[in-house]
Design a protein around this ligand. Structure first.
Ligand SMILES: Cc1ncc(COP(=O)(O)O)c(C=O)c1O
Length: 491
């Protein structure tokens, strides 16, 4: 509390905001507000994505910041923010691969924010460092890597994770010290077109240009064709590119297709190439007995990326970058900052792009301890099973077309009323999606496939049920026939 006799100064409101008792009272009100929000959202009340046209939303946040305290209630502001946000806990949220976070994990994030242990050096996050190590070792073991040799770090997202692993690959495989000497050869990696765009971005960030991405064709189920790797490698070499690795997807983003890791690992071993597995979405399949097969061969990967904020119910962001040989973790950023890093192996800052980073291990560690590993495995299995059930429901309806039998919980399909040609079909899907969003009933996304535009659903919310799936398909068919009957071109 402030000294009552003190002269009022501009810093007083800030000092008052540090008061522990004020925090307690504010925190209780805030948690009550969030719990009310969660209760209603998880019951499916209200729209999934509120009607928030950008102009209106922008306008509601454009008031100038006051020089003096405004007296605006934090709880009131948070209520407004929540009301204007996409409701990922709504059972009919089925859009991008972002989880409906476990409330307890969100509370852990609050603790992480308060402790604010930056973690670059062990001293700035002793507990965070220990929990991070435990989580990474556990993940490595589940992936089939030898936990006594594997190592890695947690970082802020799959995109940063892919870049980090590719930097380690570059240092290990370029044939010279790229970190010190810069690039001396045209480097490249073999990648299927189903890979997430962050891979192509990482390649360009590293300065390899468009030539650094050597495309590998996929099969009818959009999985990388391991039998086409040799040809792609030979062609790239003929163009003077030194190919140093293969980037496989477990699974690809658009359709959730899992590449055949065992065959790809054979190829990598045969040609001394680095195997990177982008398991941002699908690595969690190893937590199930039923779907672990999709990752068969992963234990032979040199590096793996696994996003816990996708299929482990964690709030964003928390991504593991795991190396089969933990020593590679130190190669991604070979730079030494004398003022920071001693030779302490527990200084994780040497292994990530980040200097200060969040204590992101707490939420994963605490959840695994509190709920047990089986619960997360059961969650993944439930969502993958549900993806398969949705696919079956789609194939039972003659006016819907499944893009491909799904490997997991990402399902692409489109409405296909009779008599519509390709451009009209694309326009139809876009309009169906728009209507679903405008009505607030569902949140789904869309993706461009070789055959055209498809609706895309990712089932990430454990509260979604079969009734929601049936309702989704009913609504899509209704919208499709009403739009088609009025002409796709008209509004
Ligand atoms: C396969 C894959 N890799 C990487 C990413 C990027 O992850 P993040 O959004 O955490 O950066 C995604 C995102 O959807 C993905 O699907």
């Amino acid at each position: 509390m402030l000294d009552s006799g003190r002269v009022s100064s501009p810093i007083d409101p800030l000092l008052a905001a540090y008061d522990a008792e004020a925090f307690r009272a504010q925190g209780h009100r805030l948690v009550d507000t969030i719990a009310d929000y969660l209760g209603a959202t998880m019951r499916g009340a209200g729209p999934v994505l509120p009607d928030v046209p950008p102009e209106r939303t922008m306008a509601s946040y454009d008031e100038p910041f006051p020089a003096k305290p405004s007296g605006e209630e934090l709880v009131a502001l948070v209520s407004r923010v929540l009301a204007q946000s996409n409701h990922l806990h709504h059972p009919r949220y089925m859009g991008h691969q972002v989880s409906a976070p476990l409330p307890m994990a969100a509370l852990c994030d609050m603790v992480a924010a308060i402790a604010n242990n930056g973690m670059a050096v062990y001293e700035m996050g002793p507990a965070a460092t220990a929990m991070e190590s435990a989580v990474v070792v556990w993940m490595a073991e589940r992936l089939g890597l030898d936990p006594t040799k594997a190592g890695g770090i947690l970082t802020s997202g799959g995109s940063v994770g892919n870049l980090t692993a590719l930097l380690a690959m570059r240092q290990a495989k370029a044939g010279h010290d790229v970190w010190e000497e810069g690039a001396q050869a045209k480097l490249g990696v073999l990648v299927s077109e189903q890979a997430h765009y962050s891979v192509a971005r990482a390649v360009r960030v590293m300065g390899w240009g468009a030539d650094g991405i050597i495309p590998v064709p996929t099969d009818a189920r959009f999985r990388m064709r391991a039998d086409a790797l040799g040809d792609a490698l030979a062609k790239a070499r003929a163009r003077g590119i030194k190919v140093i690795g293969v980037i496989s997807s477990s699974c690809g983003t658009s359709l959730g297709a899992f590449d055949p890791l065992e065959a790809i690992a054979d190829f990598c071993e045969g040609h001394q190439l680095w195997l990177h597995v982008d398991g941002a979405h699908g690595a969690a399949a190893v937590l199930t007995a039923k779907y672990a097969e999709l990752l068969h061969g992963c234990g032979r990967a040199d590096s793996v990326v696994w996003d816990a904020h996708k299929m482990m119910c964690m709030p964003a962001l928390v991504t593991a970058v795991i190396y089969r040989d933990g020593g590679h973790a130190d190669q991604a950023f070979a730079q030494q900052a004398a003022y920071l890093f001693s030779k302490n192996v527990h200084d994780t800052g040497q292994r990530t792009l980040e200097c200060t980073k969040r204590m992101m291990s707490l939420k994963v560690y605490a959840t695994l301890r509190a709920l047990g590993t089986d619960a997360l495995g059961a969650y993944v299995e439930r969502m993958f099973d549900m993806g398969k059930r949705l696919a079956r429901l789609i194939t039972e309806r003659s006016r819907l077309e499944l893009a491909v039998e799904p490997d997991c919980n990402i399902v692409c399909f489109r409405a296909r009323p009779e008599g519509l040609a390709a451009p009209e079909l694309d326009a139809l899907q876009a309009r169906i999606r728009r209507q679903l969003l405008d009505s607030g009933e569902f949140y789904i996304v869309q993706t461009k496939l070789p055959k055209g535009l498809f609706l895309r659903v990712t089932l990430v919310n454990p509260l979604t049920g079969d009734a929601d799936l049936i309702q989704l398909l009913d609504r899509i068919e209704e919208h499709a026939s009403s739009i088609a009957s009025r002409g796709v071109g008209s509004s």
